[in-house]
Design a protein. Structure first.
Length: 352
C-alpha cells in the first residue's frame, strides 16, 4: 500500500485524525507465535515485529537444540539465536511478564518476548498426533487464542503445510517476509549520525573552541553529548554553515568535536584518490589516522571500501613511511559443503 502524500495528509479532517489515533491506541498489539523455521531462516527475526509481542513455545526451543550442531548456515543461525535468547533471558528479572525488546533491538522493536513457562495441553482433532512438534505448536496457539480472546494471535511459519493446518483449525497464520524488507545492518552501530536542526540552540551556550594540530575543536555540553561515541562522525547540512566533525572526547554531558580533513579536495588526495561523498570522506579520515588501530567498513559492493583501504595503506607505507608492509587477506568462500574436520585425508573424503 503506497504511503499517503503530505498533501493528502493535510486534507484529512482533524476530527478524523483524532478518531484514527484513538482507534490505534485502543487496539492491542498482536501476539506472534514463531515457528522454529522462522528463527532458522532469520536469526534476527526476534527484532522484526516492531510494537507487537512474540511468543516462543517450548517445542520451538527443543527443535532449535536439535539443529545447533554442524557447519551449515542453518546451524550457524541456530547458534546465533541461542546466544541472543541467552542474553535476553539473562537480562530479564521476571520471564513471566515478558522480556522488553526495546533496548536489545536498538529501538527497532518495542514489544515483549514471551517464553512458554507452563504446561499447555490444547485441544486438537484426534487425527493429529500430539507427539509431533508442529501439532504441539498448534496446540499452544489454540491455548493462547482462548487465553487472549480480544487479541490477535498469529502463527508465523515458513512451512506451507504448517500454515494450511493452522488455517484448517481456524487459526491465523502468516508467512515470514520481514527479512526481505529490513537488513541485519539495521541493528549495527552506524558510526555516524545527523545532528538535528536545533542542535546548536541546545548545545551552543558556553561553547569553547580552539586550534589543535591544524584542526578546530569544539567543547560543548547538552543532552545529546552522553549519547556520542568516541570516533563517531556527526554532520549537519545547511546553506549557511554545514558541519562535518567527529567526536574526540566524551565526559558526562560534555563532548569535544573536531573538524575533519576534506579528502574530497584534490590537494588532500590519498594516492591519487579523492572522496566522492560524505561517507568516503569519513572513511578516509579514519584510515589516515595512525592513532586508530582498527577500522571496519561496511557497504554494498562498489562503494570503494577496498580502494580507499589500499590507497590509505600505500600512502602510509610508501610515502609517509609510518608502516613497513601491507598484509591483505580475503575470506575463502567454499563452493558447496566444506570438507569438514573429521579424520581422513582429502582423497578419502572426496572419493564418494
Amino acid at each position: 500500500m503506497a504511503r499517503q502524500s503530505a498533501a493528502q495528509a493535510k486534507a484529512v479532517p482533524k476530527a478524523a485524525a483524532k478518531s484514527a489515533k484513538k482507534t490505534a491506541a485502543a487496539s492491542p498489539s498482536k501476539l506472534f507465535v514463531l515457528d522454529t523455521n522462522v528463527l532458522m531462516h532469520d536469526p534476527t527475526s526476534l527484532f522484526r515485529f516492531e510494537e507487537h509481542d512474540i511468543y516462543l513455545p517450548i517445542m520451538t526451543l527443543e527443535e532449535l537444540d536439535n539443529h545447533k550442531k554442524g557447519m551449515s548456515e542453518i546451524s550457524r543461525n541456530v547458534r546465533q539465536v541461542s546466544r541472543t535468547l541467552d542474553e535476553l533471558v539473562s537480562s530479564s528479572e521476571d520471564i513471566d511478564v515478558g522480556v522488553d525488546l526495546t533496548g536489545p533491538s536498538s529501538k527497532l522493536a518495542t514489544g515483549r518476548l514471551f517464553l512458554q513457562t507452563e504446561a499447555i495441553s490444547g485441544e486438537l482433532p484426534t487425527a493429529l498426533p500430539t507427539g509431533k512438534a508442529d501439532n504441539h505448536i498448534l496446540s499452544v496457539l489454540v491455548h493462547l487464542q482462548r487465553k487472549h480472546p480480544k487479541r490477535q494471535v498469529i502463527l508465523v511459519s515458513k512451512d506451507i503445510n504448517m500454515r494450511i493446518k493452522a488455517r484448517a483449525l481456524g487459526l491465523a497464520a502468516e508467512d515470514y517476509f520481514n527479512d526481505k524488507v529490513l537488513e541485519d545492518t539495521d541493528i549495527l552501530y552506524a558510526g555516524t549520525q545527523e545532528l538535528p536542526a536545533n542542535f546548536w540552540d541546545k548545545h551552543g551556550q558556553g561553547m569553547e573552541s580552539w586550534k589543535e594540530n591544524g584542526k578546530t575543536r569544539y567543547r560543548l555540553s547538552g543532552p545529546m553529548c552522553p549519547q556520542f561515541m568516541v570516533n563517531e562522525f556527526v554532520w549537519q547540512e545547511g546553506q549557511g554553515n554545514p558541519l562535518a566533525a567527529w567526536v574526540k572526547e566524551v565526559a558526562g554531558k560534555t563532548a569535544v568535536l573536531e573538524t575533519l580533513t576534506d579528502y574530497s579536495h584534490p590537494k588532500n588526495a590519498v594516492w591519487g584518490i579523492t572522496a566522492r561523498n560524505r561517507e568516503q570522506n569519513f572513511a578516509l579520515n579514519l584510515l589516515m589516522n595512525p592513532e586508530i588501530d582498527f577500522v571496519t567498513l561496511l557497504g554494498q559492493a562498489g562503494t570503494g571500501k577496498t580502494l580507499l583501504t589500499l590507497a590509505a595503506g600505500l600512502t602510509q607505507v610508501l610515502e609517509s613511511k609510518l608502516y613497513a608492509e601491507i598484509i591483505m587477506t580475503r575470506v575463502t568462500v567454499p563452493v558447496g559443503e566444506d570438507i569438514g574436520f573429521l579424520p581422513g585425508t582429502e582423497e578419502e573424503k572426496m572419493a564418494p
